[in-house]
Design a protein around this ligand. Sequence first.
Ligand code: AMP
Ligand code: MG
Length: 436
Amino acid sequence: MNTTKHFSSCVAEYDPNALPVSAAQEIVRQWALPRGRVEVERVRLFDALDRVLVKDVVSPINVPSHDNSAMDGYAFDGAALLDASGGDESLRLTVAGTALAGQPFEGRPLATQCVRIMTGALIPPGCDTVVPQELVQRAGDAVTFAASGIERGANRRLAGEDLAQGQPALREGRIVRASDLGLLASLGIGEVAVQRRLRVAFFSTGDELRSVGEPLAPGCIYDSNRYTLFAMLRRMNVEPVDLGIVRDDRASLERALRQATQDADVVISSGGVSVGDADFTRDLMNALGDVAFWKIAMRPGRPLAFGRLWSGRRPGEGESALFFGLPGNPVAVMATFYFIVREALLAMSGATPHSLPLISATSSQPINKRAGRTEFQRGIARRDDSGHWHVATTGPQGSGVLSSMSEANCFIVLKHDAGNIDAGDSVDILPFDCLI
Ligand code: AMP
Ligand code: MG
């Protein structure tokens, strides 16, 4: 299989020096298909959080299993309301007994009777309405209340109203959330079939990089991208495979890429993909697979390599993995991960991809922006008393200024076609709490 032609032809209709973000996302979407072979794991509920369901979970029972009360009050046959003609009249019923959650009332009350009932208790036979306790006057074994204050059928939860037996309760491709664990438990399901976690190998490239714990020689910097990548991958609940720092030489890079392709479904590197980088990077990546080098019209994150690598002697042989060669600058790594890589990881995990929720905010300052590229600036957003969002940048927006990401609470997403922003203009923001 030779996909090189395809990768390049995908971008042929665009300016190769400025591939729009939306086009890059679309190409990645086409190539990041779910793994061909579904590998299923059965996990217990406590291990199912953030995992991807392999198939629909069909409800084996009705939830709730029987009609029950939504309030603490008195259950009775609502036909009595119709008899209390005019609605102004009050209704007087005698209390025949009590229904507690887990302890149903035994027997069937008469039309002139009611049953003291607590939330969650079974509605007794012949009853269909619950009057809340705060609406009644109780005197001895009788209650009185205004018939106009209540409608027939009120405060009754119907059997199966939450989940009906035989209906899908959760869909295939669902990423299991907190509520889903509770929902599965409410169905009596203790185990679910989930996809094997996607394995994602990652490494940093650069002769200038040192690991935490090593001394810093002049001109060297600590490798931060591996930590950022590790964290973003962990948050997506994929299995991160850390391959460390790789030196800028052909043999080291080839070893890392082969190993990564063998071990993982996806390979992510950072650094070494800009124009100025050694030609061996491109040669090597093309020798191992089909890799396109893009200049994306985004800031930060312009250079990016994307393609498929093979672990065998030539493309098409051995194991294959999707490859993302991210830029080296620390903020660019984060922006390209969230806006180019993230959705691919979801799709390959078998999850139903969902787009990120952008919110409109008013810019509290002018922002310099060049038309013809999407910019992801770091912002501090706040919501005013009327619920409107306002945003300002964190200051200098260099793609190496990682502290701007820690200081910010959102990305300001400035659209491809937009030019300079004036104070008071509306911009899109993506709150980090939606991401991390
Ligand atoms: P490159 O794309 O390899 O030219 O790197 C661009 C910039 O990002 C350079 O200033 C690098 O020193 C820096 N950089 C590359 N990799 C890392 C890393 N793993 N951690 C921190 N900075 C990096
Ligand atoms: Mg480099």
